[in-house]
Design a binder for this molecule. Structure first.
Ligand SMILES: NC(=O)c1ccc[n+]([C@@H]2O[C@H](COP(=O)([O-])OP(=O)(O)OC[C@H]3O[C@@H](n4cnc5c(N)ncnc54)[C@H](O)[C@@H]3O)[C@@H](O)[C@H]2O)c1
Ligand SMILES: [Zn+2]
Ligand SMILES: [Zn+2]
Length: 382
């Protein structure tokens, strides 16, 4: 197959925010970015927001060998050049990156039931899917990728299956939120749980992901949306997204699941874990009702990756489900979410608490560590 667009230029030298070790402040370094290989595209990043998963992975001591590394996976950008065989994109296209791709030809992509693409699924080894190599170098050393996106760089290379074209009319500085967190929350409510009108919903964690579950539950006509968060400041923001009641577990005299059972006559219809704490998965399961109660877990745990709960919760008819990216298949489903944002049917702007220039990217990490932001949008130099 021949390339439909211009052959890519050579190596680009640009600035990237490089993490040299777990939890170490990012340093703006000159990096070399390779041209895109076959079926890849090189993107000039326009905006990239900071997701909790970036911070969790940056702090994690689990993969010390994958440094130096470039994080970032919630991004919008413009295609700079395309690799051999790419016909879907051309230079100048506006795109969102995605951390799980859609090859459109594997068993999962063809099933229509799953977004767990077997070819372009979640990449955990810091390299590109196609050849297990990196496309960045700093001071002559390879720089590892994150989720095969690495958007904390002025230019990055992604597989063409890990990007989705958007209209040039869409606001890039806000649409980047649909690249991960907001899509994950909305999909958990609409696609995974499929919340029905009049339902009672409990959301653990009122960050961007939890508030996106809330706005999606509200639009489905949920009658009660109970937000649980240890940070009382999150309730004010929660109201904007449809949260009707707030519980601070640290102020409860009894375990929070008991409180929820009492105020919901035996438990909620749906509960969502949007914190990234596996202990809360059991709390969430205990907060929903027998018979049809469903818990959807979305958080990415910092520590302790096992969950445990009493078997009886399943015997009594509750369901526990998990999802990445809200179960959406990026190429098939993301364009309709972008359209809903354009029509004002999805709120993104209200989730952005800070706009930050690329040079100050560490400020975004500090704000998220302190819990004093929802999304910080990092603007790359024009
Ligand atoms: N499944 C996916 O596809 C997907 C996508 C994006 C993010 N995530 C994960 O979802 C989680 C939420 O992401 P986010 O960006 O909204 O994070 P965030 O840090 O902005 O929000 C988490 C919220 O949980 C609250 N919290 C922390 N500990 C708590 C506790 N013990 N009890 C109650 N509330 C508590 C915090 O105050 C905060 O408001 C993270 O684990 C993130 O890695 C998953
Ligand atoms: Zn696939
Ligand atoms: Zn994310």
């Amino acid at each position: 197959m021949s390339s439909s667009s211009s052959k890519s230029a050579g190596v680009i030298t640009c600035r990237a925010a490089v993490a040299w070790g777990p939890g170490q402040p990012l340093l703006l370094e000159e990096v070399e970015v390779d041209p895109p290989s076959a079926m890849e595209i090189r993107i000039k990043v326009v905006c990239t927001s900071l997701c909790r998963s970036d911070v969790t992975q940056w702090q994690s001591q689990a993969q010390p060998d994958l440094f130096p590394r470039i994080f970032g996976h919630e991004a919008s950008g413009i295609v700079e050049s395309v690799g051999e065989g790419v016909t879907e994109f051309q230079a100048g296209d506006h795109v969102l990156t995605v951390f799980i791709g859609e090859c459109q030809s594997c068993k999962h992509c063809e099933s229509g039931k799953s977004n767990m693409c077997q070819k372009l699924g979640l990449e955990r080894r810091g390299v590109m899917h196609s050849d297990q190599k990196t496309r960045f170098r700093v001071k002559g050393k390879p720089v590892y990728h994150y989720c095969a996106v690495s958007s904390f760089s002025e230019y990055t290379v992604v597989h063409s299956g890990c990007a989705v074209k958007i209209s040039p009319d869409v606001r890039m500085e806000r649409a980047c939120l649909l690249s991960c967190g907001v899509a994950a929350g909305i999909g958990a409510a609409w696609k995974v749980a499929d919340i029905s009108k009049g339902s009672t919903v409990v959301i653990f964690g009122l960050g961007t992901v939890g508030l996106s579950v809330a706005q999606a539950a509200k639009s489905r006509g949920a009658s009660r949306i109970i937000g649980v968060d240890i940070n009382p400041e999150k309730y004010e923001k929660g109201k904007v997204f449809g949260v009707t009641e707030y519980i601070n577990p640290e102020e409860c005299k009894e375990p929070v699941q008991q409180v929820i059972k009492q105020i919901t006559d035996g438990g909620a219809d749906y509960s969502f874990e949007c914190i990234g704490d596996t202990n809360i998965v059991s709390t969430a399961l205990q907060s929903c009702c027998d018979g049809w109660g469903m818990t959807v877990t979305l958080g990415v745990p910092k520590t302790k990756t096992e969950i445990s709960t009493h078997y009886a919760f399943l015997l009594t008819g509750r369901t526990l489900k998990g999802s990445l990216f809200g179960g959406w298949r990026p190429k098939s489903d993301l364009p309709s979410l972008v359209e809903k944002y354009s029509k004002g049917e999805i709120q993104l702007d209200e989730l952005v608490t800070h706009d930050i220039p690329f040079e100050s990217i560490n400020e975004a990490f500090n704000l998220m560590k302190e819990g004093s932001c929802l999304r910080c949008v990092i603007h790359m130099p024009k």
